[in-house]
Design a protein around this ligand. Structure first.
Ligand code: RAT
Ligand code: ZN
Length: 418
């Protein structure tokens, strides 16, 4: 097909692309930590390589029993990943290409540097400087952590107290409370919040106090859970009852949004450890019921199954207390980001948050945002050009406004923090 270049259209595309690439972003869901948490904040080449996305891919080529791999040191595991995914095969997958993007943007040539050389380079950094470097390169203005009061590694730091790094904000993660009630009840009892695990009104009161204390303590931006495809609401399951009697009233009291990440099948292959979770299609009727029954509660949601994406958009059109976010985990691949971003722009305009990084290793913010920004820019260029063809040329300041909304502004407005 013959395409005639039109300078006005070219200029529009250029402005949109530049704006998306340069606007600072609020990364609303990560697994990164404030540096006060010490070794919980992962960074550097070995952590990049043993990322569970890459471990899952490595096992497809690895001729070693699961246990034997897990017995290796982190460095030895990283060596295997490097060999199998980067030397014996081309690093085409999204997670593998991500490592290449990170190294390149940090100024390293992965073709010229072997693993020992890369390790030596990372050793030269002080953590605080490296945080600044990565956040600058990724143009991330704020990082939201995932903070669990049920995590024994994380709790001592909150217990001791620390001066917060303003670059990191908190989200209160409560999966055990909703999906492993007996264990969670034991912890709530030992912390003095409840006296029995019976689903009684005094237990609900105690659990609400627990959430309120923790939300205050960590200054949570929202409360969050990931749930399996079988999640059903309303109902008599422990999960549904605890949502109704504990989480919803807590959100109503505090005004904090409730984030539901739907569709994860935990431990489909337990031998893969953190890499062993899978995906299933969710029943978004449950999310619909939550939004309809609790109009005063703000719900954030991301869904793992491709088949649920259209339904989530339609639901958000029906309920203004629902804000879709991110291309989560297995959907964080270019093919799906392309489709989901267009779907959302066409059905919701700019009233959603297209992406979060889910970074577990600091350096990953570089590739996750680099790759996503290009895809978001492509989608927006297309949409603005369609709009222009229909007779509405967006101004530069309108483009800046829209992009700022998509990269965290709409989220902050939805959460009421602006
Ligand atoms: O993307 C991931 O790293 C997953 O392992 C999960 O952590 C997921 O993002 C979650 O927050 O449950
Ligand atoms: Zn996550």
């Amino acid at each position: 097909m013959l395409t005639v270049s039109d300078p006005r259209r070219d200029q529009l595309a250029l402005t949109v692309r530049k704006t998306v690439l340069e606007t600072p972003v609020f990364d609303i869901h990560t697994h990164l930590y404030d540096p006060a948490f010490g070794s919980l904040l992962l960074w550097g080449i070995d952590d990049l390589l043993v990322y569970h996305y890459l471990v899952a891919e490595t096992f497809r080529f690895l001729d070693l029993p699961y246990d034997a791999f897990w017995r290796l040191t982190k460095e030895e595991q990283a060596n295997r990943v490097w060999q199998l995914l980067f030397q014996d095969h081309s690093p085409i997958s999204e997670a593998a290409r991500g490592v290449i993007t990170v190294l390149n943007r940090l100024g390293l040539d992965p073709r010229r540097n072997d693993l020992p050389a890369l390790r030596a380079w990372f050793k030269g950094w002080k953590v605080n400087d490296f945080i600044s470097r990565c956040l600058d390169l990724a143009k991330v203005r704020l990082v939201c952590m995932t903070n669990s009061p049920f995590d024994p590694l994380e709790r001592p730091t909150w217990d001791t107290g620390f001066a917060r790094d303003p670059r990191f904000v908190a989200a209160l993660r409560i999966d055990p409370l909703l999906v492993a009630w007996p264990d969670a009840a034991t912890l709530l009892a030992s912390d003095g919040y409840i006296t029995s695990s019976d689903l009684s009104s005094s237990t609900f009161d105690g659990a609400r106090r627990f959430l309120t204390d923790w939300a205050l303590r960590i200054d949570a931006r929202y409360v969050m859970v990931s749930l399996p495809p079988s999640f059903s609401y309303p109902g008599s399951s422990t999960t549904a009852v605890l949502i109704e009697k504990v989480v919803v009233p807590f959100c109503e009291d505090t005004g904090l949004p409730f984030a539901l990440m739907l569709g994860v099948k935990r431990a489909v292959n337990p031998a893969l450890q953190l890499a062993g979770d899978g995906v299933g299609r969710s029943h978004l009727d449950s999310l619909e019921a939550l939004c309809a029954r609790h109009p005063k509660v703000r719900f954030l949601s991301t869904v793992l199954s491709l088949e649920n994406q259209h339904e989530l958009c339609v639901l958000a059109r029906k309920f203004r207390n629902l804000h879709p976010f991110g291309c989560w985990w297995f959907t964080n691949i270019p093919e799906t980001i392309r489709e989901m971003t267009r779907l959302r722009l066409e059905l919701l305009g700019t009233s959603f948050t297209p992406q979060h990084s889910d970074a577990r290793v600091l350096d990953q913010v570089i590739y996750k945002w680099d790759h996503s920004r290009h895809l978001i820019a492509d989608a927006l260029v297309e949409k603005y050009l369609d709009l222009a063809a229909s007779g509405w040329w967006p101004t530069d300041s309108e483009i800046r406004r829209d992009v700022a909304e998509l990269l965290g502004g709409a989220f902050e407005t939805f959460c009421g923090r602006r």
